[in-house]
Structures are given as C-alpha cells and as structure tokens.
Design a protein around this ligand. Structure first.
Ligand SMILES: C[S@@+](CC[C@H](N)C(=O)[O-])C[C@H]1O[C@@H](n2cnc3c(N)ncnc32)[C@H](O)[C@@H]1O
Length: 200
C-alpha cells in the first residue's frame, strides 16, 4: 500500500515535468536565427570532440543548437533522443530538407503501428490512406513521434521548414511484414525542396 501511494504522485510529477519540457520546446521552436553563433560553436565542438561514426544527442529538443545537416556529413548515424517524442520529427524533417538539393524530392518513411497492438488486416479492409491513419491517430494507436498529421503541420507552418518545401503529398500506406509474427503499417510523406530559382 505505501509503495503504491508513493508511486502515484511520482507519476504525476513526471507527467508535469514532461509537459513543461514540451511547452518549452514549443516556445523555443522559432529561435533558429538567434541561436546561430551558439549553434556554430557547439557544432564545431561536437565535430572536434568526436572519435567514432555515431552521434547520440540526449535531449536534442528542436536541435536549434546543432547544425544537423553539417553533422550528417561527419557521422554515419545520428541518434536523437528526447522525452518530447514529437520534437524528433521536426529535427528529422529539418535535416532532410537541409541535406536536399533545391528541387530534390524528399521522402519521410516511417512505420507507425504494429500488428501486436492493432488488427491491421481488418483495419486496412475498411479504411484506406489518410482516413486509416487519421483513425489510428484518433485512437492513439501510432508510435510516438510518427504522426503524419503533425509532420504535415510542421511542413506547412514551421518557420524554418515551411518556406523551403512544396508539393507535400501523403502516399498510400502499406504493410511491411517485418518478421514471421509481426507486421507494421508504413507511410511515406513526399515533398520537394523548393527550387530557389522558382517561386519565392
Ligand atoms: C534545454 S532543452 C534543449 C534544447 C535544444 N538543444 C534546442 O535547441 O531546442 C532540453 C531538452 O531535453 C529534453 N529532456 C529533458 N529531460 C529529459 C530526459 N530525462 N530524457 C530525455 N530528454 C529530456 C527536453 O524535452 C528538451 O527538449
């Protein structure tokens, strides 16, 4: 009994702390320009300190303080971890856009739900495309940080991303049999890096 009473306030405190981090990240999302000098110093420091081919960033947040595109040229793999799961999605999109040539077509491809938690075959029989993903999202059925709705919102409204992308299209989701006993649903979001010579 004593154990349980202690665990409940602890869980509530943890939730509050995570909510505070999410709110802070939301407030600082547009500070890319202000961070320029700090970002350059920190990126140089990471590159000069590195010994291996993997970079792990704990608490990456909006990654406004790291030039992920430059780091992607130095490291084979970059792992971004944060309690704010959605924030990693923004960082991945920013890296993708920064690495793409003007005019290039980009694909964000991710699995979003597993047959271990959702009856994928019957869901697919009744709904398709966006309707299926929206239904799963409503049921809180997607892996954290993979929301296609959020990805599209970021591409449309993020002050860093939105001016750089166009022709955003969600492709028809498909099933990937990942092992004998496990299948996952995958979607792809396609978009183009705006060609500076055209449009804006
Ligand atoms: C000061 S912010 C980092 C800001 C980030 N460098 C940027 O440019 O936006 C700290 C980050 O650490 C994350 N964080 C805090 N505690 C954490 C924990 N225990 N595990 C993982 N991430 C955590 C927060 O969600 C937040 O994104």
């Amino acid at each position: 009994m004593r154990r349980r009473a202690a665990a409940e306030p602890q869980a509530a405190t943890l939730r509050t702390l995570v909510e505070q981090q999410v709110a802070n990240n939301s407030r600082s999302a547009s500070l890319w320009d202000i961070y320029a000098d700090h970002r350059r110093r920190l990126t140089d420091l990471v590159v000069s300190s590195a010994r291996g081919s993997d970079l792990v960033v704990l608490g990456a947040g909006n990654a406004n303080d790291l030039d992920l595109a430059a780091l992607a040229c130095r490291f084979e793999r970059i792992h971004l971890a944060d309690v704010d799961a959605d924030i990693a999605l923004a960082a991945h999109l920013r890296t993708l856009v920064a690495l793409a040539r003007p005019g290039a077509r980009c694909l964000l491809v991710t699995d979003v739900v597993s047959s271990e938690t959702q009856p994928l075959a019957s869901l697919l029989a009744n709904r398709r495309g966006e309707a299926l993903l929206a239904h799963l999202e409503e049921q809180h059925g997607l892996f954290s940080g993979t929301s296609p709705q959020l990805a599209r919102l970021m591409l449309a409204q993020d002050p860093e991303l939105a001016p750089q992308v166009e022709d955003v299209a969600l492709l028809e989701p498909w099933l990937w049999r990942i092992s004998r006993s496990r299948t996952v649903l995958v979607y792809a979001l396609a978009f183009s890096r705006r060609d500076r010579g055209r449009g804006r």
